[in-house]
Write a new protein. Sequence first.
Length: 291
Amino acid sequence: MKILSLLKLFTVDPVQLNIKAKILSLLACFCAIFFIALITQATIGVSNSPIIVASMGASAVILFFIPNSPLAQPWPFIGGQLCSAFIGMSCALNIPETASASAVAVGGSILVMLLLRCLHPPGAATALAPVMAGESITSLGYSFILVPVGINVGLMLVLTVIINRWVMNRDYPSALSAAKETDKSLARSSTQPSHKIGITKQDIELALKNSDSFVDITATELSHLLSNAEMNTFKRIRGDICCADIMMRDITSVEYGTEVEDAWQLIQTKKLKVIPVVDNSKRVIGLLTWH
C-alpha cells in the first residue's frame, strides 16, 4: 500500500483534461507540426536549412495542451522564440568553446525573455540549437532567425489560433476573452452585489502579483474556477434545485381589466407588497405595488 501511495505522488496528471480533450490536443499537435514542416519545405525549396526547429514540438505541447497558460500566449511564443534564436546564433558565432556557448545561450535567452516579458520555455531550446548543431546551422548566420524559425513561428501561431479558437472552441488568445469578461463585469457591476463585497478580478490579479511563486494560470481562468467552485458548493449543500422547486405556484394576480379599487382592496386584504397583472393567457404584463 505504501508503494502504491508513493507511486500516486509521482504520477499526478500534469494536465486536468478529459480523455476527449487530450485526444483532440494530441491531434492538434500532429496536424500543426505536419503542416508547418510541409509548408516550410515548400517555401524554402531545396536548401541546407532545416525545415523545422526541434523546439516547435515543445511549443506545440504548451500551445495545445495548456493554451490558457501565460507561457502559451502569442507574445511569449513569438518573442521567446525569435529572441532566443538571435541569442543562440550570436553565441554560436562568437564563443568557440561549446560548454561556455551553451551556458551563455540558455542563460542569455532566459534573461532577455524575462526582461521583455516573453518567457517561453522552448525558447531556451531554440537558443541551444545553433550551438549544438554546429556548422549545419551556424552556416546560415542570422538568417536562421527568419528561416526556419520565423516561418515556423508564424505558421504555428496561425494554426494555434485557428485550431484552438474555431475547432476546439477555446478562448485563445486569453487576452481576447479577458477583454470580453472585463466588459461584462463593467456592465454587471452596478447590479451584482458580489462585485461590491465579493472577490473581484482585480483582487485575483493582485493576489497573483503578490505570490512569491509562479502560478501557471491567468486571472480570468482562476476567476472561472472560483465561480465554478462556488456553484458546486451551492449544489452540494442545497442540492441540484431549479426555479420550479422554490417558486410560489398559487400566486394572487389581477387581470388587465380589473378596476384599480378592486386591485387595491386585494393588496390590502392579503397584505401584499406587489401583485402581478396578467392577460387572458395568464402571462405577466405588469406589476402593481404600494409605491
